[in-house]
Design a protein around this ligand. Structure first.
Ligand SMILES: CC(C)(COP(=O)(O)OP(=O)(O)OC[C@H]1O[C@@H](n2cnc3c(N)ncnc32)[C@H](O)[C@@H]1OP(=O)(O)O)[C@@H](O)C(=O)NCCC(=O)NCCS
Length: 165
């Protein structure tokens, strides 16, 4: 069951390297391993250094959207353009803030923007990642989608609806 947060969750495209470093530092080795498909645990500072380019991606190559509660960074959505109107999703929510609807909120608010209308959004997750599977399959129910399973990975593709006129 998802727990509701009493304080407001604010989402913003103004994302700084310091905020992302704090967020990564608040994540457990397992959460970081899930996010980046790491074969073994990696120290948070090293994760930030290694994946900084993706964690801070911005236009025209994609978007980064940060969720904060108060001044605390709690979640990050990265959308990385990988083809013609095709974007890859990466989501990271700090452990103390998981299962409170933050990833759902980040995805819903960002994909509602006109920028992504008609784009295909692709997510690849580890097949045994129950949190990501539930997050990506349930909220997207009812929209056109394709999913493929290849070994230990699962890929879901969703076409963001064109805006209604
Ligand atoms: C996957 C992840 C982003 C979900 O973030 P979150 O903010 O906890 O997700 P939400 O609270 O919006 O929950 C979305 C759904 O997933 C479910 N869920 C979340 N964590 C879960 C868990 N550990 N086990 C089972 N279901 C889970 C929620 O219950 C919710 O479903 P519901 O509304 O039917 O209850 C977070 O767990 C995370 O950062 N994991 C590590 C990185 C990762 O796996 N990223 C995805 C691949 S890029």
């Amino acid at each position: 069951m998802t727990t509701v947060i009493a304080e407001p969750v604010v989402v913003s495209h103004d994302v700084t390297a310091d905020q992302v470093r704090v967020l990564v530092g608040d994540c457990s080795p397992e959460t970081l391993r899930r996010r980046f498909f790491l074969p073994a645990a990696l120290e948070a500072g090293e994760v930030f250094r290694r994946y900084r380019r993706f964690l801070l991606i911005g236009p025209p190559s994609g978007a980064s959207v940060l969720a904060t509660v108060g001044s605390r960074p709690v979640g990050l959505l990265n959308l990385v353009a990988v083809g013609d109107r095709l974007v890859e999703v990466g989501l990271l929510v700090a452990d103390p803030w998981q299962r409170r609807g933050i990833a759902t909120h980040l995805l819903a608010s960002e994909l509602a923007r006109p920028r992504w209308a008609g784009w295909t959004v692709r997510a690849t997750v580890q097949a045994d990642n129950q949190a990501a599977r539930r997050l990506l399959f349930d909220p997207l129910r009812g929209r056109p989608r394709r999913s493929t399973a290849g070994g230990a990975e699962l890929t879901v593709e969703v076409v963001v609806p064109e805006a209604r006129r």
